[in-house]
Design a protein around this ligand. Structure first.
Ligand code: COA
Length: 223
């Protein structure tokens, strides 16, 4: 059952297709797994069908493992990105990585689950306002900080601090988007948590780059 109530009509005509000219869907409207958490307005673009995000982009995500994919608000995900989850792991503590226990009854006995859980890296966390470029791949347990950009086909295997630009394989930070003082201010402002009607009024400050103007728009909200 899709959760279609993420936007009021006036802020997004159709949660499954926020812009009829683009092959996009708000993730909150199409994600059904209880192990994927998604913030409002984060979207996935895919001409093959953005509603297939969960099956197409989140791999080896097994309920019995219970690891979570947590995605913040206002993230923009390009076509064919991949989240590799912990279920992708084979046991690496012994001489062989072959998953004998999966294939034959006679080979199940004696399997020690801790040999595989030892390699688990925990939840994958994507902050708010993160743009992930086409065909980028995110490895298990990675945290991507607010405001970061992941370049086309990057392979992200380590945590990414807020407002970083990461490219390549293995993904490396090529630069920070802003100086540290501005980044601290942006994290404090956290415009993605503002009430949507206020955010709508402040759009020019959010898409601008004058931090004092943005600070001046911060509403007085206690969360
Ligand atoms: C990362 C990106 C945002 C550019 O950021 P930028 O800070 O302006 O980076 P630059 O273009 O100055 O490049 C910085 C360095 O990274 C390299 N680089 C840039 N993008 C790269 C990528 N995707 N993969 C590998 N290297 C990349 C550049 O060659 C350059 O290398 P150098 O320092 O050795 O010269 C852009 O290249 C990108 O990948 N955008 C995603 C586009 C996309 O997938 N869109 C899908 C539809 S939304």
């Amino acid at each position: 059952m899709h959760n279609l109530d993420i936007t009021k009509k006036k802020f997004g005509p159709d949660p499954l297709n926020p812009n009829p000219l683009l092959d996009t869907a708000f993730l909150k409207a199409v994600v059904t797994s209880p192990n994927i958490e998604v913030g409002n307005f984060s979207y996935y673009n895919d001409p093959k069908g953005p509603e297939k995000f969960q099956d197409h982009c989140v791999k080896y995500h097994f309920d019995f493992i219970g690891d979570k994919l947590k995605i913040g608000k206002f993230c923009a995900f390009a076509t064919d990105i991949q989240f590799i989850m912990n279920g992708a792991n084979h046991a690496m503590t012994g001489f062989s990585t072959f998953p004998f226990n999966v294939f034959a009854e006679g080979w199940k006995g004696g399997f020690d689950p801790s040999t595989i859980t030892a390699g688990y890296r925990g939840d994958t966390v994507v902050g708010n306002d993160v743009w992930i470029g086409r065909e980028a791949l995110i490895m298990p347990g990675v945290t991507i900080g607010d405001g970061s950009i992941i370049g086309t086909r990057a392979v992200v295997a380590k945590d990414v601090p807020p407002y970083s630009i990461v490219v390549g394989n293995p993904g490396k930070i090529v630069r920070k988007r802003f100086d540290d003082t501005t980044i601290d201010a942006l994290l404090d402002i956290a415009w993605w948590d503002w009430p949507v009607d206020h955010l709508t009024k402040a759009l020019n400050a959010i898409r601008g780059n004058d931090i004092e103007v943005l600070k001046s728009m911060k509403p007085n909200i206690e969360t």
